[in-house]
Design a protein around this ligand. Structure first.
Ligand code: NIG
Ligand code: FE
Length: 434
């Protein structure tokens, strides 16, 4: 690996200030010279020879110009010059499916599964999502923040510049609210784009056993409208599955979301083909996620609706699933494929998006360019952020990562190791290259 720009003073290895409470990197304004641009993930403003070194101009937190080193317009020459030493520039990573805010952890279930229990059996035995609901309901907002912050920091340290955070471990108005408020606060404190997703229909609270229609009515008539009115909901999701909610219950939630003008997404066809993708596509869903059991009809509907397929290899791995998502059919149909951590305490306690890129290649046979587009461009689309994130291009907020690697494949190749990198997030510099 080549040497690279030293870390900005005042930041620590995980990209936060010394007291760990917030992230206030130095301004990234300047001309970042001598870069390689990751293929397909940057748009140059001037013709670039394939081997030419590139510059990215940042001013007032925005990318102003991208192109060959030799062609930086004179208008920007007064800005500070920063040497990139041949680093590879990618857009800031986007983690488009996480359940990052929750109380406690579920290592006991890991042990149960090692002893032979399936995910569905664990859930039926009162474990699973419902056990995280207990711990989340018992925690204060400050406690949830304190527990989620180091998880977020781990993702940020790897170059994540936008992240989706779902509720769904509250399952009651006040506790869902707590989760979403903590998600918003994480975005403010750490200076990272956070998209909140209301997942009130994640599991049936035990007190509603046998009354799932009553719970869905509560979600649609009370919880979602109240939280939307508080500005806490950027998207709405449902866990549509045998162990969760039916297709018609899912549709009721989607109708409410549509009426409120909020985009939808879906935990679809993870354990069985419920027909969720076809339904979600009818509601113009941003994404269908998991999709191991996605049908040909679902793929065609997603293509027609512009819905992103979100692949979650961490959950596939943890559950020792063997039913692969239909990657070749998605590829043939031209459905954009995103890759995400699905960070959650049950099925994917993963805190490395690059590891997910690696696993998407190794387990799902994505190509390297597909996996890198999956954690950037397509992930941004899965959050409705395609005009501001996931691509290095002028006119966008400055979110990019500089990696001291010789080839883009290294980002998906190494695992169990966080590569040193310099991160520009919301126009501020964080770094740990040494
Ligand atoms: O995305 N599938 C549903 N939700 C999560 C799991 C949540 C949990 O087990 O706590 C997922 O895998
Ligand atoms: Fe999930």
């Amino acid at each position: 690996m080549t040497a690279f720009v030293s870390p900005p003073l005042g930041t620590t290895a995980n990209g936060t200030t010394a007291d760990g409470s917030s992230a206030t990197g130095a301004s990234a304004d300047g001309i970042w010279h001598g870069l390689q641009l990751a293929e397909g993930l940057a748009v140059a403003d001037a013709a670039m020879a394939p081997t030419a070194r590139a510059s990215i101009v940042v001013q007032q937190g925005q990318i102003r110009w991208v192109g060959p080193d030799a062609a930086v317009p004179p208008a920007w020459q007064h800005l500070p010059h920063r040497q990139g030493a041949g680093a590879l520039a990618t857009p800031g990573l986007v983690d488009c499916h996480t359940h990052l805010v929750y109380g406690g952890q579920r290592a006991n279930e890991f042990a149960m599964r090692l002893a032979g229990a399936t995910y569905e059996e664990v859930a039926q035995a009162g474990g699973g999502i419902v056990s995280s609901v207990k711990a989340t309901s018992a925690a204060t907002e400050d406690e949830l923040f304190a527990q989620a912050a180091p998880r977020l920091q781990a993702l940020l340290a790897e170059g994540v510049c936008a992240i989706e955070i779902k509720s769904g471990y509250g399952l009651a108005l006040e506790h869902e609210r707590k989760q979403l408020r903590v998600a918003r606060r994480l975005g403010e404190v750490f200076g990272v784009t956070v998209r909140t997703t209301f997942l009130g229909a994640h599991a049936l609270p035990p007190e509603y056993a046998g009354r799932s229609q009553d719970y869905i009515d509560l979600v649609c008539n009370d919880m979602l409208p109240a939280l939307a009115a508080e500005g806490l909901v950027d998207a709405v999701d449902v866990f549509c599955e045998r162990i969760a909610f039916t297709l018609s219950e899912t549709e009721q939630v989607f109708q409410t979301a549509q009426w409120l003008g909020i985009p939808v997404k879906l935990h679809a066809e993870q354990l069985s083909d419920m027909g969720g993708a076809v339904l979600a596509a009818r509601y113009g869903a941003l994404s269908c996620d998991h999709i191991e059991h996605l049908s040909a009809e679902g793929i065609a509907a997603m293509k027609a609706a512009g819905t992103v397929a979100v692949l979650l290899p961490g959950a596939y791995y943890t559950l020792r699933d063997t039913h692969l998502p239909p990657i070749q059919a998605l590829r043939d149909a031209g459905v954009p494929m995103a890759v995400s951590t699905d960070h959650n305490p049950g099925t994917s306690p993963a805190l490395s998006l690059l590891l997910m890129a690696n696993m998407a290649c190794t387990l799902f046979r994505l190509t390297v360019p597909e996996s890198l587009a999956g954690v950037t461009t397509h992930a941004a689309r899965a959050l409705g952020l395609q005009d501001s994130h996931g691509l290095i291009a002028s006119g966008r907020p400055a979110n990019f990562v500089l990696w001291p690697v010789a080839a883009a494949a290294e980002l998906a190749y190494w695992f169990g190791h966080k590569p040193p990198c310099t991160i520009v997030r919301q126009g501020r510099v964080y770094g740990d290259a040494a």
